[in-house]
Design a binder for this molecule. Structure first.
Ligand code: ZN
Length: 362
């Protein structure tokens, strides 16, 4: 995500802070300090940071459970609306999804319990405040916030953890796409109630409702698109009329093909089979830096991605996005049978989106 920077690694997960989060911290400090003095300003700032530390621990919990199921979280970014984990894919086994979703709110309850022991008693908690001016009300406020975070995250609507728990439970008895559909409908109905209630009583609740409504729709689209892509094997989506290059040919040869056709990415095939892929970006950069006579083997991507003709498109899509590849070679029996490019997959996605909308209208 742009506008965010690294603050280090914990458990092998990269942590990043978005610049808007720092602006929020600055805003809290300035507005509280301006009205109540420097000391309260510092307390409020420390409190906001402590709340977000709890949110981060919640996200780390999700990521560590995901890792146990073999799904790796790449990074967690701290935004003013909370932590956001970037993952290539979510666990699809219902029980795994439920475990992964439940661990977040559970962690907030554990934090609240530990703080409760530290504070010793419940006196002076009241409504959680962002202006605590003693260490006891500071911790008491954190207890309240952690309980609220646990309850809020258990709302059975995407993108909250409760939405994932609900889908996981439904997916035990029905297919994943249908389970998502039902969970999304439940979430959106709930979101409508929030919006309706919020319009009369509290704009914050209305905004949360809107956020839940949009989140639910996004989740459904993602799952529908994934199922559309999953049904298509590489052999059906690949381009079979393509030019290949030899490793010892000059790059000018690629340029000729490039000018006389629509092909952007070229498999480079040597004696023993495919050795690399020459992409448009590499061709253009090489011409600029090294001229027209540099051999293809010097420029090609040797760390290229390849799949078998049976590989489903959703896997190819994930692979090319994760590796930053614009094209994936389809290889069978050591021979290049075709190329699947990212643009080609996006065409399937467009069809899937149209089908998804048609489906929701029925
Ligand atoms: Zn969560």
């Amino acid at each position: 995500m742009g506008w965010s920077f690294d603050i280090g690694k914990i458990f092998g997960i990269r942590f990043r802070i978005h610049v808007t989060f720092l602006l929020l911290v600055l805003f809290v400090f300035i507005s509280v300090a301006d009205e109540h003095g420097l000391q309260r300003g510092l307390w409020a700032t420390a409190f906001v940071c402590a709340v977000f530390a709890c949110v981060l621990i919640h996200e780390v919990g999700h990521s560590l459970i995901a890792r146990r199921f073999g799904k790796e979280a790449k990074s967690i970014t701290l935004l003013p609306i909370g932590g956001m984990a970037t993952m290539d894919e979510m666990p699809e086994k219902p029980i795994q999804e439920i475990a992964m979703a439940l661990v977040g709110p559970l962690i907030n309850l554990v934090i609240a319990g530990v703080l409760y022991v530290i504070v010793g008693r419940w006196t002076g908690i009241g409504v959680p405040t962002i202006e605590p001016d003693s260490s006891r009300s500071f911790l008491a406020g954190l207890i309240g916030i952690n309980i609220m975070l646990a309850i809020f995250n258990l709302i059975p609507a995407f993108p909250m953890d409760g939405g994932r728990v609900l889908r996981g439970l439904l997916a035990m008895t029905m297919d994943y796409v249908a389970a998502t559909s039902v969970a999304v409908s439940v979430g959106q109905t709930l979101a409508m109630v929030f919006i309706f209630y919020g319009v009369f009583y509290s704009w914050w609740i209305a905004i949360i409702g809107l956020f839940l409504y949009i989140g639910a729709g996004g989740e459904k689209q993602q799952v529908v698109l994934k199922s559309v892509l999953h049904a298509v094997p590489a052999s059906e989506a690949m381009t079979t009329t393509f030019k290949t290059l030899r490793p010892d040919e000059p790059i000018s040869r690629a340029l000729e093909h490039f000018y006389h056709g629509c092909q952007d990415d070229f498999p480079v095939v040597g004696e023993a089979g495919i050795e690399g892929i020459l992409t448009r970006a590499r061709i253009l950069a090489a011409i600029h830096d090294k001229g027209l006579n540099v051999p293809v083997s010097d420029v090609m991507d040797r760390d290229f991605a390849w799949v078998s003709p049976q590989t489903p498109l959703d896997e190819i899509y994930r692979k090319s996005l994760a590796g930053g590849k614009t094209a994936v070679a389809v290889v069978d029996d050591n021979a290049v049978k075709g190329i699947v490019c990212l643009d080609g997959i996006k065409r399937f996605l467009a069809v899937g989106a149209a089908l998804g909308h048609a489906g929701s209208r029925v």
